[in-house]
Design a protein around this ligand. Structure first.
Ligand code: SF4
Ligand code: SF4
Ligand code: SF4
Length: 182
């Protein structure tokens, strides 16, 4: 059975840093003062990127969705605020890489799932918005009717592929991609 999840994060980071982190799908691990951990391309992780990436930029140029950017130090990061804002898991980034960065046998490609911030969500604040549901091709976002206000989104993590389509289109930057709960 699918689980439903929204989150109420602790104190958000400062506005500029938090917005960058949201758009890049970065995880604010360890609290507001921690350095955001970037979301690396699919079939990779932070260790593989930092150990093996030559910063050649081939994966960035190969991505037809335009969501890969050169982040800190020139290492590739996912930015759901760039390009189409969605990963289609096409594999072009992995195919273009000449180093030992990508691990195509890794399944799933990502162990991240979307999390909706109740503090930022417009629907929770009483404004009608169902943008994330419309963007999701996996029916992972459902809206439950409620008395006295517009329906609120609920995420079904079991359906979520971490594609980022919802995060890229949310007008309130309310959605982050975060490591799946153990
Ligand atoms: S799998 Fe395709 S869409 Fe996703 S980051 Fe790689 S090249 Fe871009
Ligand atoms: S798109 Fe964003 S603001 Fe709109 S309902 Fe979904 S999470 Fe809330
Ligand atoms: S990350 Fe993709 S699959 Fe997951 S809820 Fe958002 S749009 Fe749906």
């Amino acid at each position: 059975m699918s689980r439903s999840r929204t989150s109420t994060p602790a104190q958000p980071a400062g506005p500029d840093r938090a917005r960058r982190a949201f758009l890049r799908g970065a995880f604010l691990a360890g609290g507001a003062d921690a350095t955001p951990e970037p979301l690396r391309p699919p079939w990779t992780d932070d260790g593989r990127v930092l150990d093996a990436c030559t910063r050649c930029g081939d994966c960035l140029r190969a991505c037809p969705e335009g969501i890969l950017i050169a982040g800190d130090g020139g290492f590739p990061e996912v930015d759901f605020g760039a390009g189409s804002g969605t990963c289609t898991f096409c594999g072009a980034c992995a195919g273009a890489c000449r180093a030992e960065v990508f691990e195509p046998a890794r399944n799933p490609a990502w162990t991240v799932t979307a999390v909706i911030s109740e503090q930022r969500c417009l629907a929770v604040a009483g404004v009608h918005c169902e943008t994330c549901r419309d963007a999701c091709g996996e029916a992972a976002v459902r809206f439950r009717p409620r008395l006295g206000g517009p329906p609120r989104p609920e995420l079904e993590p079991d359906r979520c592929t971490g594609c980022g389509a919802c995060a890229g289109t949310c007008p309130a930057d309310a959605i982050t991609l975060q490591p799946e709960a153990a």
